[in-house]
Design a protein around this ligand. Structure first.
Ligand SMILES: Nc1ncnc2c1ncn2[C@@H]1O[C@H](COP(=O)(O)OP(=O)(O)OP(=O)(O)O)[C@@H](O)[C@H]1O
Ligand SMILES: [Mg+2]
Length: 361
């Protein structure tokens, strides 16, 4: 793997690597860059990275101070400690935005990075599969110009690397098989009840494969979502790119139990499900509010599925099946299904609002 990212990004990546380590840019979004950091020096580097959980300094070619580490990394990650273990780490870097006031920019990037780490830790505690948080760190960009007397700074979230691919990649690769490609094409967003076809630009695209594997993936997405919502966590940006599959099998396998991992909690929020006395919130208003938040989360995912994966209606239905059939032994019998019914009813209302907006602006 190359030691430098393939393209010339500006500003330069905030990591200077030793000769044996490598850094690869995996994705560049409007808010963040995601790097794959591979540490190939078993002794010094593994040791210092391994000390992340104890809040010392991380050395990746040069010293970087990581003051906020201890609040998140509960214990040194087994991924990073010891010889012969994988030391591949994901670094999600939120970089400064020139269009924002420097002070506001620092406070936003910092709070989003911390917020994402917090949401990941909450998910882990609730048994929602997501990457292990290793550290958060400030990374001054040495080559950057000062603005309003402030040096530009990136905030980085280090986390476990999930080996596998996103659900989006999985569905696209599966649908790209030549035999399937010739079967049919259909317009994106065909589920919409709005008749004005000109609003959409139907494209001839490959229909998404619906088979036992993809249905199982969809069902598992629904079940994990249910667990996340039951824990009072709203993801805020559910798309098929923000859900990963660990090591999917190359060929169909009836015994496959998909290991999904939810990522990208930068817009996540929590809803309180208890009142001040710690009892389950009973007020009608509160329950409606919670149902609305969950329904909007589901709606975002539905739109993502249907616009990215043409003909994926059956997969969406399977997600809802997984969501509604979820069982939580810690809840009184019937309580979850009542909540799920309320959320699905609310989802109908959210869809109607969405359609009105599309048709009438
Ligand atoms: N822990 C991880 N392990 C492996 N790959 C990851 C991990 N986190 C992120 N990625 C990869 O990086 C991509 C972008 O990550 P993420 O969604 O967190 O960032 P983002 O900037 O919000 O991206 P986008 O704007 O595209 O949603 C993911 O789709 C995935 O391919
Ligand atoms: Mg994302």
């Amino acid at each position: 793997m190359a030691n430098k990212p393939r393209s010339n990004w500006s500003p330069a990546p905030p990591v200077e690597l030793t000769s044996n380590s490598s850094l690869e840019l995996l994705s560049q979004g409007a808010e963040a860059r995601v790097w794959l950091l591979e540490l190939n020096e078993p002794d010094a580097t593994a040791d210092s990275i391994g000390s992340v959980g104890r809040g010392r300094t991380v050395n990746v070619g040069r010293s970087i101070s990581v003051p906020q580490l201890t609040s998140f990394a509960q214990k040194p990650s087994p991924l990073l400690v010891g010889n012969g273990v994988s030391r591949a780490v994901i670094c999600k870097e939120r970089f400064p935005k020139k269009y924002r006031h420097p002070q506001l920019d620092v406070s936003l990037t910092k709070s989003r990075t911390k917020g994402e780490a917090r949401s990941l830790v909450r998910c882990q505690r609730a048994g929602v599969p997501c990457p292990n948080v290793l550290a958060i760190a400030q990374w001054p960009i040495e080559s950057g110009e000062e603005r309003n007397g402030m040096s530009p700074i990136s905030y980085c979230l280090f986390m476990e690397k999930v080996d596998g691919c996103t659900v989006r990649q999985y569905l696209e690769v599966k649908s790209d098989e030549p035999a399937i490609k010739s079967v049919a094409t259909e317009p994106a967003l065909k589920r919409s009840k709005c008749n004005d076809e000109t609003l959409y630009q139907p494209q001839d695209r490959v229909t998404t494969v619906i088979d036992a594997d993809t249905l199982r993936v969809a069902n598992t997405v629904g079940a994990i979502l249910a667990r996340m919502h039951t824990a009072g966590i709203i993801h805020g940006d559910l798309t098929t790119s923000n859900i990963m599959i660990r090591n999917p099998p190359a060929k169909s396998d009836d015994s496959w139990n998909p290991q999904l991992v939810f990522i990208d909690f930068g817009l996540a929020s929590s809803i309180s499900q208890t009142n001040q006395a710690g009892k389950k919130a009973k007020s009608h208003h509160k329950q409606q509010h919670n149902a609305e938040e969950k329904a909007v989360d589901l709606y975002v995912l539905e739109r993502a599925f249907l616009s990215t994966h043409p003909g994926s209606d059956k997969l969406v239905d399977e997600v809802w099946r997984g969501y509604c059939e979820y069982e939580d032994a810690s809840l009184p019998s019937g309580e979850y299904s009542q909540t799920a019914n309320a959320v699905m009813k609310r989802l109908d209302q959210v869809r109607m609002r969405g359609r009105k907006r599309e048709c009438f602006g």
